[in-house]
Design a protein around this ligand. Sequence first.
Ligand code: SF4
Length: 910
Amino acid sequence: MPPAPLPLPAIHASHVGIWIADPHGRVQRVGRGEAIAAVAATPHLLLNATLTGDRLGYPELSGLDLLELFAFLYPARFAVPTPAGIAAAIGLATPKTEGDIAAFLPQATAALLAGIDDPSWPEREGAWHAMQALARQRWPWAPLVQPRLTTPDANERWLFARLPEWEEVPPRAAPRQVRINADDVTARLDRLTGDGAERRPGQQDYARATAAIFEPRERKDAPQMLVAEAGTGIGKTLGYLAPAKQWIDQSAGSVCISTFTKALQRQLSRETERLYPDAATHREKVVVRKGRENYLCLLNLEDALQGGFSGRAAILAQLVARWAAYTRDGDMVGGDLPGWLPALFRRNGTTALTDRRGECIYVGCPHFRKCFIEHSARAATQADIVIANHALTMVQAARPRDSGAPATRLIFDEGHHLWDAADSMFAAALTGQEAVEIRRWVLGPEGKSRGRRRGLAARLADVASYDEAGERAIQAAITAAAEMPGDGWLGRLSENEPWGAIERLLAAVRGQVYARAVDTRTADAGYGLETELADPDAALVAAAAAASDAVEALLRPLLALGKRLEVLIEDPPDWLDGQARARVDGARHSLGTRIDTLGGWLSLLGRVGGPADPDFVDWLAVDRYDGREFDCGLHRHWLDPARPIAEIVYRPAQGVLVTSATLRSGHGAQGWAEADIRTGARHMDGGVRHFAVPSPFDYARQSEVIIVTDIARGDLPALAGAYSRLIEASGGGALGLFSAIRRLRIVHARIADRLARAGLPLYAQHVDPLDTGTLVDIFRADPHASLLGTDALRDGVDVPGESLRQVIMEGVPWPRPTILHAARRAAQGGSAYDDMVIRGRIGQAFGRLIRRADDFGQFVILSPSFPSRLLSAFPEGTPIRRLPLDEAVNHVAAANVERRKSAFPAFSPS
Ligand code: SF4
């Protein structure tokens, strides 16, 4: 018997309307003005204050947010942040209509609060202490929750005492050289897919092919390398996990699996549970790793809890502390911290809780032995399987740390993203924001900044007091860093009053960009401006020379300090005990990153007025958003970013698999040539094997491509109308993809209310105040919902089944005509390069549609003159029709009727 609803008023607002329930449960539909007056006078129960405030047009909205209560009661538990999602999470019936939601909220609140009285509530420990602090912060829920919590009997452990400590472990030995047997791989795959499961020949072939990367290497710098495309539905993950586990068992080695998206990292972690069914063993043998900026820094959290944060941010810090006690690994971004939680606290400061700027003080930190980042780094050295992302895998290959033998076998899943990942990883940028970061890293907080963030001198206090040469280097670095741009640099630039050599350089860059840049994207005016770094004017050349001196003045002492730290590690003095050594080692690593950055800046500055390096593309840019400048500076990218992948990442490995469902952007041998360009395999001097296995899906029956021929490019009302009619025709379940945020927003604003009134909620990236992961969760949970988004959704969405049955692309995703793109286009075959990029993008977008053998989906692209040469982006056999919008809508509607008639959507093409 559910508890009686709480006698409190509640509000629900959506694109359809606004409803208020009074304390007696009477629900009334109200207008916006009346609703705002009511919530301003009395705190109401609501679900997601940020989103509700958005719908009301009242961003200051506050109240009793059920999501905050859920986060307090059930930290680290998953819930979709909607009424239906919360109902499912706590076992209540889902409200049937929007009008029922306001009445549902008091009922859900009563059920949530009743959970506190349940003696088996698993997250009770720590709740009483957290509540005392939240009551002091005047958390609106405190008066309702506090009386229900009993004072704990024993001395309840405070968060920092509760977290486990890591232990020092010996480095892992190098793996034995073994050969794995194809029959063993097949048998292993059979066991993984489950006894009695139907054998999938494509998956078996794929598993045997990928086993090749585990053979012993024959030549130095020539890993066993395979580039393998496995069509969607092959069961690629288990296909490579089977030989990997066989090799791990025989060789005692470890394997690194690298992905691009966090979604695949999560999915891989789940799939590896089949290799290690026991939960404790799985935790030990499989470690998910991300960059350190993803993890909670306990020192920053302690600082926030002890007065560093105030107001709403202090409440967030308490809820994060509750989560920290129950999290699996402390991952705040895409881990088990609900993605929607930070968004409930606008201007929230969660980034201040991570170690985003590399200001860790290592063993100087009282929480070093409990630190999530250190836990994860150490666990990874002992794990059989490390699931990392491409960026981190590249960083570790470029700057390995002394923590035992690195993984010798690398598997790059989502290999079609290696190019983009390397493009950012191996790029250099000397911009105002980057320079401010370096200044902060050396000097620590300045002015009124609070908190424990520390500069280099504080992080290396023991080196400074015991080692004279080290102390001199630190002081010289501090003097040089003070010449870097500090806060307010953008304002000084716009007032033409730059201070110091780097700001004068930035002023010259800005001047040249405004003088020469052509805003080719008139439709998106107000965004970035750029110009080639060619024939610079005299002012820029002179400013670059002075800036080089300033950069060198900082680089020299950092290099000297790096050498001192190396000497200390190699020949440790008496004072360098184990703890101090770990700190010096950590500092040495983060110093290496800054030294690399400054080295990159010097070569970029040397290029101003000097000869161009044909391996690189250099340009000047002013970054703007909605017409407001936020950064400016010089940029350098590799013309072919796959080259450093081959040099730095592939060559040192013993075996490398690069795999994906869409490596070739076309069919046949030409496809492999393109795949080798995008993955860097062409730089491996031959010896790279290729393998492809087609998708088992029947695309001719399960899918259809519709090219809508009568929506003119740039006609925004027509574009919005087309989206609206297509979404209505499919009854929701549509993923709309845009190349420009501005167009996405305009289309959303025009159609969201109308669709919502038809019972078809529409969510959108860059509009709804929710993170992308949460938007996808909401979309997945409601088959009537649709989602609009940009590039991140083209790959990051894995929604099998009913919820995704139509992908709508606003047009051909032409590459933006940037300087970098133009250089690569010129170097790699002109329009053929464009076609390769576009086919890749379309192929990835199409890949969202059919995820299971019983899926059916339609791919609609709004393009009056879609080039026939791009049709090879779709799987062979996929029906393709060019239709005017009216007919396209009828087609989509007919498929929807068929879908409803039959559990299996047997669509028969007309
Ligand atoms: S060791 Fe570094 S990252 Fe970890 S909690 Fe301490 S300061 Fe934060």
